[in-house]
Design a protein around this ligand. Structure first.
Ligand code: ATP
Length: 262
């Protein structure tokens, strides 16, 4: 992997929020990892781990408090428009407009990205064929099933053919069939050479899809590497058990350091 250039490069990235109830919240602390073209990198962590915060920084919606992140060679903090042109971002609840058809909606996003009209029609044709969406071309958002909506969300995420794709819990709330179709599409995009970062709290998904993962909890990356490296390093062949052990160990060391501080 070292002969390839990283498309996402995250270096000691941190983000803290000031929350009225909790005071300063360290949502992300010192995160470091790289993601390459043609791979799916999984951010695996429970609720509140910091996954969304990390992905929102990469997509330039949030500014980091500290550290640096480069996407497609651009700095997320200082070159946000270049970064945005090079990424597609999709979360579980990406909006679909009730009054637009599938075709109109994806076309609309293509126009927002400034794709010339002729090229856009070709691109739409290709995407609708690849994602097997031709039969839903004229279906209005208000009439779409969850599965259709999810396909349209993916289509609009890739309409400008970005090299980097960011998926924030894209299967959240989906039934197993739709979730499977989403994962298959992500796999297809990986095979097309896209650099993909994907967050989830579902172990099965990372086992299926990811070459390398980072386990994240309470803002900290607890471990990262290929599944084979991690299971060997921690001598735990069961990925689910490994995940729980890492989290438990971190919580225990936090509790111990709090006791010492008191
Ligand atoms: N705008 C904000 N203001 C204050 N705290 C925030 C804000 N956004 C996130 N946080 C806090 O930062 C921490 C990390 O949240 P984040 O949404 O990144 O986690 P997550 O791993 O994506 O979890 P989930 O799956 O629940 O979305 C949480 O404690 C959350 O409450």
């Amino acid at each position: 992997m070292t002969d390839r250039q990283a498309m996402i490069s995250v270096d000691r990235l941190s983000k803290s929020f000031v929350d009225l109830k909790r005071g300063a919240v360290a949502a992300l602390e010192d995160a470091t990892f790289e993601v390459y073209p043609g791979e799916v990198f999984g951010l695996l962590g429970p609720n509140g781990a910091g996954k969304t915060t990390c992905l929102r920084i990469l997509s330039t919606v949030l500014r980091p408090t500290d550290g640096r992140a480069m996407v497609a060679g651009y700095d997320v903090a200082t070159q946000s428009s270049e970064v945005r042109r090079n990424i597609g971002f999709m979360s579980g609840n990406t909006g679909i407009y009730d009054r637009m058809t599938a075709w109109e909606l994806v076309q609309y996003y293509g126009r927002l990205y400034g794709i010339p009209e002729e090229q856009l029609q070709e691109r739409l044709d290709r995407i609708f064929t690849t994602l097997q969406m031709n039969e839903i071309r004229d279906v209005l958002g208000s009439k779409m099933s969850t599965g259709m909506k999810q396909k349209v969300s993916i289509a609009r995420t890739i309409v400008h053919d970005p090299p980097v794709l960011i998926f924030d819990e894209p299967t959240s709330g989906l039934d197993v069939l739709v979730a499977r179709a989403v994962l298959q599409t992500i796999e297809y995009l990986k095979d097309q050479g896209k650099c993909i970062i994907f967050s989830t709290h579902i172990m099965r998904e990372v086992e299926k899809l990811c070459e390398r993962i980072a386990v994240i909890h309470k803002g900290r990356i607890l471990a990262s590497g290929t599944l084979a490296e991690l299971t060997a390093k921690y001598n735990q062949p069961d990925v689910e058990e490994l995940f729980f052990e890492l989290i438990q160990r971190h919580d225990q060391s936090l509790a111990a350091s709090e006791t010492v501080a008191v």
